[in-house]
Ligand binder design. Structure first.
Ligand SMILES: Cc1cc2nc3c(=O)[nH]c(=O)nc-3n(C[C@H](O)[C@H](O)[C@H](O)COP(=O)(O)OP(=O)(O)OC[C@H]3O[C@@H](n4cnc5c(N)ncnc54)[C@H](O)[C@@H]3O)c2cc1C
Length: 480
């Protein structure tokens, strides 16, 4: 019998699991996917928002502003890339000026610090590549950028080191209440638990509706992006937003923590909660808008495009907390943007609620706060590189030539707690295949390393989900 089962291993589930792992509890995080962070957490803008967007008094506003403040410390503890680069919301006409003043006022009410309204010259001094037609901007210094999936993976790794369990490929098909708590019917068998935390993203309505009469409906809303290579990484210094509209926060142009440039997203209600294909119309829309925002966009430097799905609800606000009709069942539902920013604050709140129901509430004396940093061979000094290679020659072999990733780094991230289980999992953790060639050169070598490390056949290595087989057999046998 578990004390708490967390359904969903995205950013909210992994923050909550890590926070709960500070206490003497038997906990498990489960996910239907074959890796951590395989839902919306792997496909978003990666912005740690300042907090001026959400309505005053909403959960979004409260958790955004608090979450933003928590980011620095947690990313330092877990060695995850986070940069507080600030954001600009640009005004191009009188109506936009009205909008940025409203955002500024709302930000003040929400408790956002270090905001200011800038004149045209000040904007262009900060960002020389912005279109000269700009007339002003809202500058929020506290906004930042983070590696979302790296953070979820790091939180999970740390939680596992502190005794939590992770069950992947574990799809919750039904939940029933009983005298002791809850029984989860999963593809890996029955699980009994005193408490459940529903962090199932776009499927958080399905999980809630298995238990509660008070139903939730998630409205999936897609956002498409183009990612540019590192030649465009210093095109902007901060997160550049257009003014928000009814549809969303507005199309942005931003550097990523790894030095690429990201442009997007669209905001469109869709039927399919898991439909992450990109469209010609969506990508054309964001490209055209970015051309209006910036002086010169070099679209020949786009290396990939992707789609993420927002978990919207009709009420517009997050649904967070213990269910009134099912004590012990906690919803973390309808977590669309700014869910990534809000996640540490949501975890603080939900875990506070869970812990308050227990007698012993002190943090474990042996709780491990830090996670061993990942090795980035190319960031080391020559002396450190030599030392590492003489200890382990695998660090002397470059596998990914675009990102300069060594075999040693790839082996390390496969062998860790919550290590990679797929080719994309290796890419998200150590970045082979994230460069200009998108794995054209290194994928076959990464497959070989992965198969060797996992002691499986190369034909058993999948790209992403269990159906995404890469190799089926030898080429010269295919025609026989
Ligand atoms: C286009 C876009 C841009 C965004 N930009 C930002 C941004 O810049 N800043 C920001 O703060 N936020 C942003 N967000 C929001 C943010 O990405 C999300 O709020 C956040 O990732 C949600 O995390 P989650 O853990 O709740 O859900 P997810 O990451 O989707 O995780 C849910 C998990 O539950 C699992 N699951 C579902 N059903 C079941 C089941 N039945 N059994 C077992 N497991 C199940 C799934 O496999 C999945 O792994 C953006 C979102 C989108 C789509």
């Amino acid at each position: 019998m578990y004390d708490v089962v967390i359904v969903g291993a995205g950013i909210t589930g992994s923050f909550i699991t890590r926070e709960l792992s500070k206490y003497n509890l038997k906990i498990a995080m489960i996910d239907k996917s074959n890796d951590v962070a395989n839902g919306t957490t792997k496909a978003n803008s990666a912005i740690v928002h300042a907090g001026y967007d959400a309505e005053e008094g909403s959960l979004k506003a409260k958790f955004n502003v608090r979450g933003n403040k928590l980011y620095e410390a947690i990313c330092k503890e877990l060695h995850v890339p986070f940069k507080r680069i600030g954001s600009l919301v640009l005004a191009f006409d009188d109506q936009d000026i009205v909008t940025i003043r409203e955002l500024y006022d709302r930000g003040l009410k929400n408790g956002v610090e270090e905001m200011m309204l800038l004149e045209k010259d000040e904007v262009l001094r900060l960002e020389e590549n912005i279109n000269n037609d700009v007339v002003g901007a809202l500058h929020a210094k506290s906004a930042g950028i983070v590696g979302p999936w790296e953070l979820a993976i790091a939180l999970t790794e740390n939680a596992l080191e502190n005794g939590a369990e992770l069950h992947l490929n574990c799809h919750v098909k039904g939940i029933s209440k009983n005298a002791k708590g809850f029984e989860l019917d999963t593809t890996k068998g029955l699980m009994e638990t005193k408490m459940v935390v529903n962090c199932a993203g776009v499927h958080s309505d399905d999980i809630n509706n298995m238990v509660n009469e008070n139903k939730i409906e998630i409205i999936p809303n897609s956002g498409e992006y183009n990612l540019f290579d590192k030649s465009m990484g210093s095109f902007v210094n901060s997160v550049i937003f257009r003014c928000p509209t009814q549809a969303g926060k507005g199309v942005l142009v931003t550097p990523t923590v790894h030095g690429n440039l990201l442009v997007g997203p669209t905001a469109l209600n869709v039927e399919d909660k898991d439909g992450v294909a990109t469209t010609y119309e969506g990508l054309t829309f964001i490209n055209n808008l970015s051309k209006e925002t910036m002086k010169e966009m070099k679209f020949q430097n786009v290396i990939t495009s992707f789609t993420g799905i927002r978990a919207k609800v009709a009420g517009g606000d997050f649904i967070v907390g213990e269910s009134e009709e099912s004590p012990g069942f906690f919803n973390v539902a309808g977590i669309d943007s700014p869910g990534l920013t809000a996640a540490p604050a949501i975890a603080e709140y939900v875990v506070g609620q869970i812990i308050s129901t227990r007698d012993r509430t002190e943090i474990k004396k042996d709780f491990i706060h830090n996670r061993r940093p990942s090795i980035h061979f190319m960031d080391l000094s020559s002396h450190e590189k030599d030392a590492l290679i003489s200890k382990d020659p695998a660090f002397g072999k470059i596998i990914c030539r675009c990102e300069n990733i060594t075999e040693g780094e790839i082996i390390d991230i496969i062998r860790r707690e919550a290590g990679a289980t797929t080719l994309d999992g290796v890419k998200r953790r150590a970045r082979p295949g994230s460069g200009r060639c998108q794995g054209g050169f290194c994928a076959s070598r990464v497959i070989e390393i992965f198969a060797r490390e996992q002691n499986i056949l190369i034909t058993e290595v999948v790209k992403d989900n269990l159906q995404s087989v890469i190799l089926t057999g030898k080429t010269n046998e295919a025609g026989r």
